[in-house]
Design a binder for this molecule. Structure first.
Ligand SMILES: [Fe+2]
Ligand SMILES: [Fe+2]
Length: 413
């Protein structure tokens, strides 16, 4: 448990720390772990407001996590509840008041809300004490609800949340709300950029971008953990990679509709133009203002390279500014030499796999979604050819997580 001094120190740095995270999902993850640490809570969830409803978007549970093997993630499904006084989270979002409950299975008889034991019934977990606070901006707008569960005493026994916990969480939620507000703005700008791409290429939807972004950071995390890369570095890279991966095809903005929307096969000439979306995308981030620009450029440029350096990968060793082959890297036919193996930056290799996996398992204008067996067969066949074998191995290892992401992002949001 944190000491009073540690709490004071961490509250002063909290705003700064949270404002360094750009991606909304990763921000929620950090907010919940910090909140739980502060009041030593075993579990918790975050709901985000979507009009008149609350979306259950994120959850953590140490007890359930400890039952999994190392590095394995909890699978959960998202759902929506109305903002009304019938549920605990709905009541808090409706009234803007915090609720500190000493036993959710025995609520005050006059309380309008009730506790839904469904999640407990499914998981076998027992929710006991619960503190729910509104995520309220300085203007008083309620962005969502932060809920923490089962405060723990010195011997890990469940205890009631104190008045001090209530105050501290209320303050904490205010700082978190500001960071969420900012991350939502960043997210909406990225989603608009993707919508612009979608006008040219109807396959590049927000849902596809969300999935490719989410698959990519899961693959990266596993890869980085194997190499014992420090947690802070992993978190920072995940944040940048998520947005960069979402924008992998942003260069399609520069490619003509006639080519991208052509129903039949592209001619060789048309295909050459289409390939340029990689270089065009990288050019958008040439004026590097941040680490994000750098990574977004790498992903845009390298997401169609092949691990074996075979001729179908593109664009190869080119200068982003000119699109011409890098000096000394010209192939026999006068084009750029293909990149091969680790010449392709890691983030390019990761997004290449995530993008193709998603295309195979989704409906496209020219095909129905392939079933899981067929998708896995293709990925295995392409191991060491199109894809980095280590990354395919990782994708298969975390396949349950990958599938839960698929289910989460079925439509644009
Ligand atoms: Fe692409
Ligand atoms: Fe794509």
């Amino acid at each position: 448990m944190l000491s009073e001094k540690e709490k004071l120190e961490s509250i002063t740095s909290l705003g700064i720390e949270l404002n360094q995270i750009n991606d909304l999902d990763l921000l929620l993850e950090r907010i919940l772990s910090k909140a739980r640490k502060w009041v030593n809570a075993d579990a918790g969830s975050i709901y985000i407001r979507e009009g008149k409803k609350l979306n259950f978007v994120y959850t953590q549970n140490d007890t359930l996590q400890s039952q999994l093997s190392e590095g394995e993630k909890q699978i959960y499904s998202t759902f929506t509840i109305p903002i009304d006084d019938k549920s605990i989270a709905g009541f808090v979002a409706l009234t803007g008041q915090a609720l500190n409950l000493s036993n959710v299975y025995s609520l005050p008889p006059d309380a309008p809300y009730h506790f839904s034991s469904e999640a407990d019934d499914v998981s076998g977990y027992k929710t006991h004490t619960m503190l729910t606070v509104p995520l309220k901006t300085t203007e008083g707008y309620i962005l969502g609800v932060l809920q923490i569960i089962n405060a723990q005493g010195d011997n890990n026994e469940v205890i009631v949340f104190t008045k001090d916990d209530e105050k501290i969480m209320y303050y904490f939620a205010g700082i978190a709300a500001i960071a969420i507000d900012r991350a939502k703005l960043t997210r909406s700008i990225i989603m608009r950029m993707i919508k612009m791409t979608e006008l040219h290429d109807p396959m590049e939807t927000g849902a596809h971008a969300n999935r490719v972004g989410s698959y990519s950071i899961e693959i990266y995390e596993k890869w980085a953990r194997r190499r014992r890369i420090p947690r802070e570095e992993i978190d920072e890279k995940r944040d940048i990679l998520k947005m960069a991966a979402m924008l992998h095809d942003v260069g399609k903005i520069a490619i003509s509709d006639k080519i991208l929307k052509k129903p039949g096969r592209l001619t060789e000439e048309e295909f050459e133009i289409m390939k340029q979306h990689t270089v065009q995308g990288a050019r958008l981030f040439l004026d590097k203002q941040s680490k994000f620009d750098e990574v977004a450029g790498i992903v845009a440029l390298n997401h169609h390279e092949r691990w074996d350096g075979g001729g179908r990968g593109y664009p190869g060793h080119v200068e982003v500014r000119t699109g011409e082959p890098v000096a000394g890297k010209t192939s026999n036919n006068g084009g750029a030499k293909p990149k091969k193996g680790e010449e392709i930056p890691l983030f390019g290799r990761i997004v290449a796999l995530a993008d193709v996996y998603d295309a195979l398992s989704s409906a496209r204008c020219y095909k129905e979604p392939f079933d899981e067996e067929k998708v896995l067969r293709i990925l295995k066949e392409e191991t060491g050819h199109q894809f980095d074998p280590e990354l395919v191995g990782i994708l298969l290892e975390i396949f349950d997580t990958i599938k839960s992401i698929r289910e989460r992002y079925t439509s644009d949001n």
